[in-house]
Design a protein around this ligand. Sequence first.
Ligand code: 26V
Length: 826
Amino acid sequence: MTDKRVNGSAVVTSPQNTVEGFVKEFLRELSFGQGVTLERASVNDQYLALARTVRQYLMARWLETLQRQREAQAKSVAYLSAEYLLGRQLDNALLATDLTEVVEEGLASLGIELQTLRDQETEPGLGNGGLGRLAACFVDSLATMSVPCIGYGIRYDYGIFRQTFVDGWQVEQPDNWLALGAPWEFPHPEAAVTVHFGGRTETYDDEGVERTRWVHDWDVLGVPFNYMVPGYQNGRVNTLRLWSAKATQAFDLQIFNSGEYVDAVRAQTFAENISKVLYPEDSTPQGKELRLQQQYFFVACSIKDFVDYVLPEDFDLHRLPERIIFQLNDTHPVIAVPELMRVLVDEKKWDWDEAWAVTQQCFAYTCHTLLPEALEVWSVELMGRLLPRHLEIIYRINEEFLAEVAAKHPGDDALLERMSIIAERPERSVRMAYLATVAGSKVNGVAALHSDLLRDKVLPDFSAYWPDKFTNVTNGVTPRRFVRLSNPALSELITEAVGVGWVTDLERLRGMEPLADDQEFREKFRAVKAHNKERLSTLLQARDGITLPADAMLDVMVKRLHEYKRQTLKVLHIVTLYDRVLRGELDPATMQKRVFAFGAKAAPGYHMAKQIIGLINHVGATINDDPRLGGALTVVFPPNYNVTLAETLIPAADLSEQISLAGKEASGTGNMKFALNGALTIGTDDGANVEIRELVGDDNFFLFGLLEPQVADLVAAGYQPGRYYEEDPALKRAVDLIASGTFSGGDGSVFAPLVQNLLTEDRFLALADYRSYIDAQDRVDAAYADVEGWTRSAILNVARSGFFSSDRSMWDYIDRIWHTPPVVSR
Ligand code: 26V
């Protein structure tokens, strides 16, 4: 045992970093933690014991980090996010502690394979897609950069649903991620906080001052569960604190006392429903009461936690902005703004103005969308019923804000209506993005183009009013998980080329640029890709019984299923190639062999998205089985795409599909992961694609499609998809093949809604971009045939994508928004 004394008080011990030290602790965890002998231990016993052993190695660092932070009284980031899509924890913890080899050897000496235990872990899928995964990358980067951060969120009992296919159609299964034990979490029921809901407000006289209090109707407990967020080999461990809802005693007793035992238990279920399940929608808010309960629940817990427990007891809250910045991850946590106001004004009895001055400095807001239908609004009726005091506070914030605007722009009532936090139509409601913009010290978009559009098209009145409030921070991804862990072969090659420092300083990848012209290096690079394809092939065979053909280009589109992302355009390309073969325009014996891989979940109530999933699977079933193709084209769609699958899929890809309609994808982060792993992108001028193309160079990126201003013009002029269908025979044939039932057993009605939608509405201009897309795909085929040229481009994609490290994103947030310097080790 190695002892560590922190400040002469807490004594923390870490097991020894040797094979023997590890084996000893592992066996102790098996017997004392799991209560089994090695001989009798199941794989799950072994996994749980391993996880608990590894976390022992992090414990001293965690406690020391907390201690040091308290001493330094440094400013922290509180990242408020309803979602964290963490991925598996074991490998990341092993990397952070540099224990992989020790553990591998130690387990082997006991006859256990590390990989078997890795595969036992169920990933916590506490997020929908890009927004949740971004939060996970950000907390990883902050820990690695030694920046104080607490991530706050919700510990859903059920994360994003598990996707299955029945006859090619999506069927959702609950994701019971806690079923086999949760070795990475630390529950603290003793530190639970109470959250109130419902009721009414009343005013009272407080020594001559009129004050308001909230007379609530019901409450729940928020129980914190802590998770370690280890920095990469830097001795730092930050905290992620997720809240779980539990019925309060008062809640139970009230009903128990009336003898209604069954009702009491039911009521308990009601309270605990709040953190039961993640909403699987990621685009159109449903305005559901439970969702607002979730949002208020976790931010109320988090603010109370920070103010009452993280800060020292005697802390003067007037100095709160010196110690915290609450970063609002989209509008989901924006109810935190009136909550902090309520705490300061009602509970701490401050004046409104001084409370508002402090509150405004404590928040910043990140917007993650451009789709108007994705901007959250809550009806005044619901808000008033669930959070009556918060509604009053929002009204007052709005009143004072509009008075200020009116003073600057006298007589401009239209402006006031446009900028009001309260919308009057179609129903009276609170515009959460406006509330966040008014309250936040900064508002940022997530890629350069997105931030421009946010400023000029989504919030133009606000950006004219506060030009300095608006800024950009381009997203990033953590190179620890998405290169170092997910692509060990490439990591080794990179290290060979530029040394070890790239894992925390990704711009060093630039050092690889000259090697793109080195024949020998290119061969090694190709060997890495080939190895990764084999790894994927083995996984898909075992996971889904899918067989991948060898020697094919791997063309991948993985992301949530949404019409704006245009998976349909990808399908039209596949059908077009099929049609060309059937017509004899392409010879399957000589054409470029391709595997089209999809991964995508559709929101359960999003019918068109589910049609598209059905279409992909039906096209796949038809094409994969058609002997006339001779195996030249293969469609694979492994169900349940998640972080774990991404980690094997992305490193194997040759081509990355980033084909959203220009102006619709805020950033994308999958696009960055592919480029960093040496795939070339075929993409529109959208989101972070713009910056990827600028960096990797036009020659190493396949651009197609309308530009955002062209999209705007075309839509303004009245877009008619039917004209593209009539005028492009190849497009017509592709659509007709689908419409005629070629992929649905001759039954044209199966995909009729989708075809109808494409021909008459096509909100996201798939038909308008079809020709340009097909031409670009033909260029892809030609480029891929030049093996050396393709490899060169792939290497340049890796070498020039260092900008997309989430470490860089974090530096930008620190510089432009947070002003939270790292706390360096002693
Ligand atoms: C919206 C909603 C609406 C209500 C129901 C639950 C829910 C959950 C999440 C969202 C957020 C959707 C926005 C989102 O995920 N945006 C994505 O954010 C990524 C990270 O910034 C970015 O790369 C993607 O382009 C963007 O679509």
